[in-house]
Structures are given as structure tokens and as C-alpha cells.
Ligand binder design. Sequence first.
Ligand code: 13P
Length: 256
Amino acid sequence: MPDASARTPYVAGNWKMHMTVAATRAYVDKLLGRLPLGKGVEIGLCAPFTALAVAVECVDGSGVKVLAQNMHQAAEGAFTGEVSGPMLVELGVAGVVLGHSERRRDNCETDRALQEKVPAALEAGLAPILCVGESEEEREDGETQRKLRHQVQEGLLSVSDERLAEVTIAYEPIWAIGTGRVATPDQAQEAIAFIRALVGDRSQEAARAVRVLYGGSVNAENAGEILSQPDVDGALVGGASLDPEEFARIVGAALT
Ligand code: 13P
């Protein structure tokens, strides 16, 4: 069923709470010359809110996309400290990471809120990356598929079948995030094929087109093997994306 050739590889760097405005300028300056631009890989930088505007300015004309790491589901309102989709679009932001496990763990991000955030992002004109993944305990208990099914079904519940493929899904096993314990290529392939099949329960066409990324301790050394798996369409890279040279090498690995 998967038709990998029809899906453009996608590599995004999730900076998390790193990078000031000055650091963003210096980073993008170093990065752009090292990237294989225009070669058929989509490249994203997920910057903190304060660095979004300067990131958009610095990548201008390169084709590199800038994404936020969260947004509120409402377009505006009495939500102190929150940022909405239309506010991000106004800055030239192209997408948004939603449901990262760090936000689920530390910021009470719920599947219920994500049910609203994912369609709200699409409505605003942002391409969402919906993050899902099991904990170590869930994997050991044989609960991985149950957890993924729940998160994928909930997160996509209010997205119409026609728009399903506009959502990118990132499979990020919690035990692999920031631990140096990358999933094996087989583990990544198995979980991502399962996620694709879940999308297929809604629409076979969407399942063929939807991009599913792997995230969790990806670096320049292990990226090639993971990205060569048939259902793995790219990577969401945390720590290793903070070094522009290493990030560029990971992007390059998506082309081979
Ligand atoms: P690391 O690459 O640092 O493990 O982080 C992965 C991640 O959480 C990307 O969103």
C-alpha cells in the first residue's frame, strides 16, 4: 500500500526552548549554505515563539519553512500567555508542532485540546505536525499500538478525510527522546506502518499521501538507516538539530 515515491521527504529541526534572536540569525546563516536546497526534501525549523519572526526573515527565499512548537485552538480570546494560529500566519510561519510529548507531560496538553488544535491549525493555513508516541512502560507492557491508536484517532478526529494528508504525523517514542536511545529501524518502520494503517482506516488515499516522521535521538550517524525504511518519510530532530552542520547532514541523509 505505501507509495513512498509519491511522498516528499520531510526533515524538521525542533529547537525546543533553545535559540535567542541573535542565535537564530547566526544559526540560519551557517545552515543555508550547507543544505541541499531545491533537491526534493522539505526542510522545517521549529523555533520558539520569540525567534519565529527572525527565522522567517533569515530563511526568506530558501524554501526552508519555519514552524511554531505550539498554538492555541482559538483564533483570539481571553487566554493569557497563548498564541493563536492567525498570529503565527501573520508572521509568515508555515506550520506548527502539536501534541509534543514534552507539552503533554509538562503543560497539560490533552487529546481533547488537540482535537481542536489540529483542525484549527489547518483552518488558519498552518501545516500541523501531530506528535504521538508510547512511553517505555507502555512498550514493555505491549501497549504501544493501543497508545498510538488512541492518540492518532483522537488527534485526527475533527479533521475531514479530505484534509487528513495535510497533517504530518511524527512518531516519537518517549523513551527515545533526548536519551540517545534511538529506536531501531525495524521498530520505527513497524510503528510508522501501523500509524499509516490507522490513517487508512479513515481514507486509503490519505494513508498513501500522509507523511509520517520518526523522532527520538536522531543524529547524523543513525539518520540514514532510519530514513531508508519504506514507511519513514522523514525525521523530527531535537538535540542534533541545534548544530547546523549536523542538521544539514541529517537533511542530506533523507535524499539518499
Ligand atoms: P531528540 O532528537 O533530542 O531526542 O528530540 C526528539 C524530539 O523530541 C523532536 O521533537
